[in-house]
Design a binder for this molecule. Structure first.
Ligand SMILES: [Zn+2]
Length: 94
């Protein structure tokens, strides 16, 4: 009984999985700061979904979602992209 288990917020993985494609589609800045801002805003907007896995186990939750969930997540990411692209915070740090 030396298996280790952890709880993962799969919503983070799902957002990561969709984020890049949607940001490229929107033609916004895709620097690390903007990407992190979009990710944080989208995740604040979405309910966390925790599942328990073995440590190191890789999950492929992306395909397991219902269409309605996929749509809700896409809408939240698009909303975050709009906010960040209208008010990017990357320039403060350059
Ligand atoms: Zn940027």
């Amino acid at each position: 009984m030396n298996e280790k288990f952890i709880s993962n917020n799969v919503m983070e993985q799902i957002v990561d999985c969709k984020l890049k494609g949607l940001m490229e589609l929107s033609k916004m800045c895709t620097c690390e700061r903007c990407r992190a801002d979009v990710r944080a805003l989208a995740l604040n907007d979405l309910p966390p979904r925790y599942v328990v896995t073995r440590v190191g186990e890789v999950m492929t939750q992306c395909e397991l979602l219902t269409l309605q969930r996929q749509i809700n997540i896409t809408i939240s990411i698009m909303r975050a992209i709009k906010i960040v692209s209208q008010n990017p915070r990357h320039s403060d740090e350059i």
